[in-house]
Design a protein around this ligand. Structure first.
Ligand code: BG6
Length: 486
């Protein structure tokens, strides 16, 4: 498939564009993965002069953790691709001017803007006639705050674009470790026979952040941890862990299987929400030895009351043949002790009790997939402790695969590099389809409705801790415990 040439970043003077998109595009350029004809258009309101825009872009690129080196030669050839375009994307005349300036028919439009202006932008694109069969549209979350508002946003996109042209970003799907989940499951024979309710006791997914809601307080307060992290990133992880083999390695085959997982999630509503979910909100505490304010004491929060959860834990169940009876404990929060994300596959105990070994001395096998930081995989298994002691002394030992060490020759690209590249190639595998998002919102809406009906409030937890005590209780009452932050 021919790469689409012109990448137009609408909201091109914004934070996301500078922090993530331009550095990713620079890396793609350096790796020679952009077509020669590709132009990168920073479509903004004109708050920067041409010169200031390039200087800011270079500065952010140099500061990016994913860009190894910004050498002069690579930068100057990259800069030749850049067009700083001042205009209003909701105005068809400005879009027509863009088309004629670039003398092009096909564009990739990346909407790095608030969703509230997706509708007028798409409408203006339609009116200006800048959308062809080859055009593509990239949109970022938050796509709604409920099923209803998602449908409204989505419908406005459909007025101008078709599903096969729309790339809904979930940046977790672009992370190397997340993509590796598919390789791990489907390219290693020893996992598949064990990957079901007969051998797996439960699954834990923890996505802990040490940062607070900070500068995004107003957005975050409308959203909360469930909508901000569980509805998208964490449910996508659940799907990749739980899905069946896709018929082929094609976008729709993979997305069909993910959708089945989402549809099989047991409904959580007012009748069972209290038993299956926990909400928390951080109060003042210390993170990495630094005193940090409470959620309600941060910048924009002054004098506000809010019951928004900055932490949530959910016991999810998948009602299908493979996973019936295997709980998926999900947990995410801001201002936790450290930034740490992992998936734990906890296997069941061995059935045969080994001669003269105390069964309690045998730990169940565990597969730990570390998403960030120190990406890698650890397999915890029982071993004999070397020595001449009477009987058999056992110890749990981890087989540890660090991606950094195993692949030291390879640079780990940022999620945005992978995702932007896939858009240029027209590959939708790592992007969310409408029906997946609808299913995810339906499930999340049930929980939110349950919280409202039962008046379930967010319990406080100290910044720098592992979340509210109830989160420990959620798993403890099933006779289990969290692998980290217990
Ligand atoms: C975003 C959320 O989607 O993901 C943020 O809106 C969160 O609140 C971020 O901080 C986490 O992403 P990452 O890649 O740092 O784990």
């Amino acid at each position: 498939m021919l790469n689409n040439c012109n990448i137009v970043i609408v909201g091109g003077e914004g934070d996301l564009a500078f922090r993530k998109l331009y550095p990713a595009l620079f890396s793609l350029h350096k790796e020679k993965l952009l077509a020669d004809c590709t132009k990168v258009v920073g479509f903004g309101r004109g708050n920067y002069s041409e010169q200031e825009f390039l200087v800011a872009m270079k500065q952010w690129t140099e500061d990016s953790e994913y860009v190894k080196e910004v050498d002069d030669a690579a930068w100057s050839s990259f800069a030749e691709r850049i067009i700083h375009f001042s205009g209003d994307a909701t105005n068809p005349d400005d879009l027509l001017r863009l088309k004629s300036d670039l003398d092009a028919d096909d564009f990739i439009f990346y909407l790095s803007t608030p969703p509230s202006i997706f509708a007028p932008i798409c409408e203006a694109m339609g009116k200006a006639g800048v959308v062809s069969d080859n055009s593509r549209l990239v949109v970022e979350k938050p796509l709604g705050t409920s099923l209803e508002s998602f449908n409204e946003i989505n419908d406005t996109l459909f007025k101008t674009f078709e599903e096969h042209q729309i790339y809904r970003i979930d940046h977790y799907l672009g992370k190397e470790t997340v993509q590796n989940l598919l390789a791990l499951r489907f390219a290693n024979i020893f996992f598949d026979p064990l990957w079901n309710r007969n051998y797996i006791d439960h699954v834990q997914i923890t996505v802990a952040e040490s940062v607070g809601a900070g500068g995004r307080w107003n957005y975050y307060d409308e959203s909360g941890a469930l909508r901000d992290m569980v509805q998208n990133h964490i449910l996508q992880l659940v799907c990749l862990v739980a899905m069946e083999f896709p018929a082929r390695n094609k976008a729709d085959d993979i997305r069909d299987e993910k959708l089945k997982v989402i549809r099989s999630l047991k409904t959580i509503d007012a009748s069972n929400v209290q038993a299956n979910t926990v909400r928390g909100q951080y109060v003042e505490g210390s993170v990495n030895h630094e005193l940090v304010p409470s959620y309600l004491g941060e910048g924009d929060a002054k004098e506000k009351q809010s019951n928004t959860e900055t932490f949530t834990a959910v016991k999810a169940e998948i009602e299908n043949n493979r996973w019936q009876g295997v709980p998926f404990y999900l947990r995410t929060g801001k201002r936790m002790a450290e930034r740490y994300s992992e998936i734990v596959i906890q296997f069941k105990p061995v059935i045969f009790k080994f001669i003269d070994v105390d069964p309690n001395a045998i730990n169940n096998n565990q597969l730990v997939i570390r998403l960030q930081p120190n990406e890698g995989i650890e397999m915890n298994m029982m071993n004999k402790v070397p020595g001449l002691s009477e009987g058999m002394s056992l110890q749990n030992v981890g087989l540890n695969l660090s991606f950094e060490e195993a692949f030291e020759e390879h640079r780990s690209p940022s999620a945005y590099e992978r995702l932007i590249l896939d858009v240029t190639r027209g590959d939708q595998t790592l992007f969310m389809r409408s029906d997946e998002l609808r299913g995810a919102w339906r499930w999340v809406d049930g929980i939110i409705d349950g919280w409202q009906k039962t008046g379930q409030s967010a319990h406080s937890y100290k910044a720098g801790s592992s979340g509210p005590d109830d989160a420990l209780g959620l798993i403890l009452k099933d006779g289990r415990k969290w692998q980290i932050f217990e």
